[in-house]
Design a protein around this ligand. Structure first.
Ligand code: CUA
Length: 153
């Protein structure tokens, strides 16, 4: 009798675990949450806004600036950029070749840049200083050299 109870308990637990994995993978989305829009990775250089990387003031949006980055092995464009302190900035980034990371040290910005997808993050830089951007996805022999810098002034 007890064996039967344990068997039912075991099977129920298994079903619960499998459901949790299934829901988290397919329903909650087993994808980076910021990857919404798509782009042709071969036409990044001629597709707005990636044809003009860097900081741009925008009007009539929830953010004051758009900061556009293009990643490719093994650099970011721009390699360095100034951002006014306290400005609300939407970071928009993509990659021209393989998967790269986009982690801004000292902040909670940590995106994955995937070929064909646009990664976005809205943030405010409240503290002045230099923020190093590093690639945290292994992308090839130059991976460790891949970086950029946001200077909040
Ligand atoms: Cu790009 Cu690692």
């Amino acid at each position: 009798k007890f064996e039967k109870i344990w068997l039912i308990f075991g099977i129920t637990t298994l079903i619960v675990f499998l459901s949790v994995i299934g829901v988290s993978a397919f329903y909650l989305g087993n994808q980076p949450p910021s990857c919404l829009a798509t782009i042709n990775p071969e036409k990044v250089d001629t597709t707005a806004p990636f044809d003009k990387p860097g900081l741009k003031k925008v009007e009539g949006k929830e953010w004051d600036y758009e900061l556009v980055f293009v990643a490719s092995a093994f650099a970011y464009n721009p390699g360095q950029v100034e951002v006014p302190k306290g400005a609300k900035v939407k970071v928009i980034a993509t990659t021209k070749d393989v998967i790269h990371g986009f982690q801004v040290a000292g902040t909670n910005i940590n995106m994955m840049l995937e070929p064909g997808y646009i990664s976005e993050y809205v943030t405010t830089f409240d503290k002045a200083g230099d923020y190093l951007i590093v690639c945290n996805e292994y992308c090839g022999v130059g991976h460790h050299m891949m970086s950029s810098k946001i200077e909040v002034v």
